[in-house]
Design a protein around this ligand. Structure first.
Ligand code: ARG
Length: 458
């Protein structure tokens, strides 16, 4: 007989049990469910709602079950629907009739909301740990590449040279924002909904704050209807995870390009590459491609939870059981992706010579020639046109700007003098971009210092 079977005359159909049972995925919440129940049982005893000795029996029984869960010695019963009913069933088997008192002043609606929040808190810390690890790798690699020059691109066309350290620090900024977004998500996650009951609260003299404190939560949710039906924290987390994936995916896209024969800017370590079953010469950047591909899954999870919630009247609706697989999949995907992305980036080899050589073709110093003329008083728009003509001339004659003779320069503009050649030198082109946050070595060093100072506060 079902725990709620009292008002029913018939058994549920077997197909119904299969359809609405969630134990095959929410068993992941076992530890949180038991911890929440221990805190609840203690509060029931301390508030005189059940006997203190009864609370003691419940707590000891739950602790035994927790140990068995940890040891992998529990098998879940699909007939008992979900993790909450399963734990209760195990408890009654363990401690007898008193086990049936645990659910006093509680509903599965506030219980599941609590479990999900406790689970998410754990996973936010886990994810932040992995992002922190990635940030450390990026900072180390940026430190070592402060003198490496490569083409910077816009529209995937060579634009202006930048330092590789600068490029890597751009990713640092993205992942720092991700880390901070998770901090923010955490604030709204670490609140206890326990005590909201099914939807309206409870008539028992419970102490919600006490439960929250025991669980290390920052406080309690403010409105019982909202407390049981709020999944904002989960949607917010999946959005945050989506942005982490987007950042990983953009980096992966660059690594796929950079490891191609056309670029040859990087080589992946063998340990994070794969070969072809037919073409013996192949070395494929599968990890980067897979992470890029998995990004879509997490976006799908975000759409799933947002769509699931959008039509729900207050308060709890069974639709909300669908939040978990989306949330778990987002967690697994982002955690799994970072776990392999981190060592892949750590072991990448940068081909500094190829990067520098690539800055030679494509007129990456054309802006500097225009700036040179503008500094001599020519309005920038006119300077731009002069240099445009010189670039066109260079393309026609197969010459770089620095290959042009002073006579050829003078023909384009009398303002150009012999000092133009140092202006066009790539090292100088990088060095002059000394505006705050720019690519000049001095700026990159400062960015790195600020990044390290922030990292040290974590
Ligand atoms: N398994 C359910 C879920 O994940 C737990 C809450 C069920 N509450 C209820 N009244 N049926 O949402």
């Amino acid at each position: 007989m079902k725990a709620w079977g009292g008002r029913f005359e018939k058994e549920t159909a077997a197909v119904m049990d299969d359809f609405h049972s969630s134990i095959h995925f929410d068993c992941r919440l076992a530890e949180e469910d038991i911890r929440g129940s221990i805190a609840h049982a203690r509060m029931l005893g301390d508030c005189g709602i059940i006997g203190v000795d009864e609370a003691g029996q419940l707590i000891r029984g739950l602790q035994t079950i927790l140990e068995r869960v940890r040891a992998g010695a529990v098998s879940w019963d699909p007939k008992a629907e979900d993790i909450h009913m399963n734990v209760e069933k195990l408890l009654v088997a363990e401690v007898g009739e008193v086990g049936k008192k645990l659910h006093t002043a509680r509903s599965r609606n506030d219980q599941v909301a609590l479990d999900t929040r406790l689970y998410l808190r754990r996973e936010i810390y886990h994810l932040q740990g992995l992002i922190g690890e990635l940030i450390e790798i990026l900072l180390e690699r940026a430190e070592a590449e402060q003198a490496t020059i490569l083409p910077g691109y816009t529209h995937l066309q060579r634009a202006q040279p930048v330092l590789l350290g600068h490029h890597l620090l751009a990713y640092f900024e993205m992942f720092r924002r991700d880390y901070q977004r998770l901090d923010d998500c955490l604030k709204r996650t670490v609140l206890s909904p326990l005590g909201c009951g099914a939807l309206a609260g409870t008539g028992f003299p419970i102490d919600r704050d006490r439960v929250a404190r025991e669980l290390g939560l920052a406080g309690v949710t403010g409105n019982s209807l909202d407390g049981v039906s709020d999944r904002d924290f989960a949607a917010e987390f999946i959005f945050d995870a989506s942005l982490v994936m987007m950042h990983l995916s953009r980096c992966c896209e660059e690594l796929v390009l950079w490891s191609s024969m056309e670029f040859q800017f990087v080589e992946m370590d063998d340990a994070y590459s794969t070969g072809s079953s037919i073409m013996p010469q192949k070395k494929n950047p599968d990890v980067a491609e897979l992470v890029r591909g998995k990004t879509g899954r997490v976006y799908g999870d975000l759409m799933a939870i947002l769509t699931m919630m959008k039509g729900l009247p207050l308060a709890y609706n069974k639709d909300m059981q669908e939040d978990k697989e989306a949330l778990f999949d987002a967690v697994d995907t982002v955690v799994g992706s970072l776990s392999i992305f981190n060592p892949m980036v750590k072991t990448l080899r940068f081909n500094r010579d190829r990067m520098l050589a690539a800055t030679r073709d494509g007129f990456l110093n054309a802006t500097d020639l225009a700036d040179y003329l503008a500094a001599k008083g020519l309005p920038f728009r006119e300077a731009h046109a002069v240099v445009g003509r010189l670039v066109q001339y260079g393309i026609k004659h197969g010459k770089r700007l620095e290959d042009l003779s002073l006579e050829e320069f003078k023909e384009a503009s009398e303002l150009i003098a012999a000092d133009i050649y140092e202006t066009l030198d790539m090292t100088r082109v990088v060095k002059v971009r000394n505006s705050a946050g720019g690519t000049a070595p001095e700026q990159v060093r400062e960015q790195l210092e600020r990044a390290r100072a922030w990292f040290a506060t974590l």
